[in-house]
Design a protein around this ligand. Structure first.
Ligand code: ZN
Length: 261
């Protein structure tokens, strides 16, 4: 009986792991298409679902077997089947990151509903971080729904009380908004983008006002270390660092270190 249960768990775990890799593959495609369409002003176009994924170099539609996460990349040795040019390693990295998100969700809670909610949130973070790293952009099309979904999740499933979530969304936005204006007043420069305010607001909507100080602290420390290291390696001071990935990292550390879930 025990061995059957274990076999069944392993089967379900493998299916879910595969699903998380496929979601990672979708994130890779979405993070490629969304900013390009925004830059072309085509935000009302159904660009995510329309059209088969293509090789960016030769524009040939990928075959079904080329869409299998990780395996297709390894079998083709990172080259396009048609033109043989190098495929960016970003797809492989994003698929593995989605897989890591799945494992973090398994570790973070014993409740399956919490795990599923958390995975949705982390997929949103992965999509935003990728776009921020590549384009210095945190699109409203992703940050705002992430915020509303956080409030709805807390309305029905109460990861944190709804009052804490509403306060969290407000505190997340206002904290960075204040820091932005103080810095702008003192130095005449912009320290953050408006997308950062909305991402921190979304974090508060999901995990309450308690999550904001720690998230901001972890994000600032890691962001600062990253900027110093990068400046040291490149031997020139770094003028700006996309803050979205560090907010994402900060909130994941908060989730893993707090016992709220
Ligand atoms: Zn090609």
């Amino acid at each position: 009986m025990l061995s059957m249960f274990t076999l069944e768990s392993i089967f379900i775990f493998t299916i879910l792991l595969g699903l998380s890799l496929s979601i990672g593959s979708f994130v890779g495609m979405a993070s490629y298409r969304i900013p390009r369409k925004i830059n072309l002003g085509q935000t009302d176009h159904p660009y995510l679902l329309g059209g088969r994924s293509q090789c960016p170099q030769c524009n040939r539609g990928l075959r079904n077997r080329d869409l299998v996460p990780i395996l297709s990349y390894l079998l083709l040795r990172g080259n396009c089947f048609f033109c043989n040019k190098k495929i960016s390693g970003r797809y492989l990295f994003i698929e593995l990151a989605a897989c890591a998100c799945f494992l973090i969700c398994i570790l973070a809670s014993n409740d399956n509903l919490v795990r599923i909610s958390l995975f949705c949130f982390m997929v949103g973070l992965l999509l935003l971080s990728t776009i921020d790293i590549e384009h210095g952009l945190l699109p409203d099309q992703i940050t705002l729904p992430l915020l509303w979904i956080g409030l709805i999740v807390n309305l029905y499933f109460e990861l944190v009380p709804l009052s804490a979530a509403v306060l969290g969304a407000t505190l997340g936005y206002v904290t960075l908004w204040l820091l932005y204006w103080i810095y702008k007043f003192l130095r005449g420069k912009e320290a953050f983008g408006y997308g950062d305010f909305k991402l921190l607001a979304a974090t508060g909507a999901w995990f309450g006002f308690q999550s904001i100080p720690s998230t901001l602290l972890y994000a600032s420390i890691t962001g600062l270390i990253w900027a110093l290291l990068k400046g040291f390696i490149e031997k020139s001071p770094i003028r700006s660092v996309p803050f979205g990935p560090f907010i994402s990292f900060g909130v994941i550390i908060y989730i893993l270190s707090s016992d709220t879930l």
